[in-house]
Design a protein around this ligand. Sequence first.
Ligand SMILES: *Cc1c(COP(=O)(O)O)cnc(C)c1O
Length: 339
Amino acid sequence: MHLARFNPVRFAHLPTPLEPLPRLTEALSGSPGGGPMLWIKRDDCTGLAGGGNKTRKLEYLLGDALANDADTLVTQGAVQSNHVRQTAAAAAKFGLACEIILEHRTGSQAQDYNRSGNVLLDELLGAKVRHVPAGTDMNQQLAEVAAEVAERGGRPYVIPGGGSNIIGALGYVECAMEIVMQANELGLEVDRIVTATGSAGTHAGLVAGLAVMGADIPVLGIGVRAPKETQEANVFKLAQETADLLGHPDRVTRDMVVADCNYVGAGYGLIDQAVIDALTLAARTDGILLDPVYSGKAMKGLIDLAGQGAFDGENVVFLHTGGAQGLFGYQTELEGRMG
Ligand SMILES: *Cc1c(COP(=O)(O)O)cnc(C)c1O
């Protein structure tokens, strides 16, 4: 697949571990069919200022930014965006300026949500942060801020929300290769990969990578925001475009893209007791820190589906996409509800 020709810059701690989750497996073994054997791909350990899934994307995006002689990264996200935090860290690491636009998507007025967690870290990492209300046209905001940077003589490089374009998705093409190689070394037959799916780059990159390799491993995305039809359409489009970039436009077919969006709850970034139960179960079985917005919701889905027998007898790899820094933005919501 010649990923090197896209000239990523290397700063992620790779490969991330692929580990068994014996105690969580035991905890979910109650379905009549015995439940799945659970494994975890530790992309929470990618190494960049707390890590997470955006770090792999940023290796390719920074490669492109530096090739274009940029001096300023411009990106956007929700208030507690992990993508923004990792972008701010990458900018610092390469001596670039970083312009951030945060959308107040959840409408939360809570002090911890608006000041702690990732927001505190964005500031610590030296990003310049602007705030806009929910529903703002974020692509237009990106264009406006980039124009401002250019007007004052800077060289902006715009990274879309979540780093999800064909360049960013290459990071998850690489992750797909890594999982297949690690599974071979472990003698592990992977029956399914489960991941949170949001801005689609992670899910699309995995699907494209597996398809281009010809590895027959289904990927289940658990949605955190959009309805199923929209999410699957977004992932399919990006996966096809990514496979096209790799020279194999026809390898990704529509049936390879599956999202279950039944676990969003009240909305993006809004949590319920089932999310908190998923966070506590992962923490108290195998010492895994998930996040409230993405990986916790994906685990809420995985737990419920496993209880319905959806994964009986399968080796399931849960992709840990990171985000535990966001837990501190939800302190008051979590306190007293963790059992
Ligand atoms: C961004 C993010 C996701 C979703 O990944 P996408 O590529 O945007 O779909 C999942 N988990 C965490 C912790 C994230 O920050």
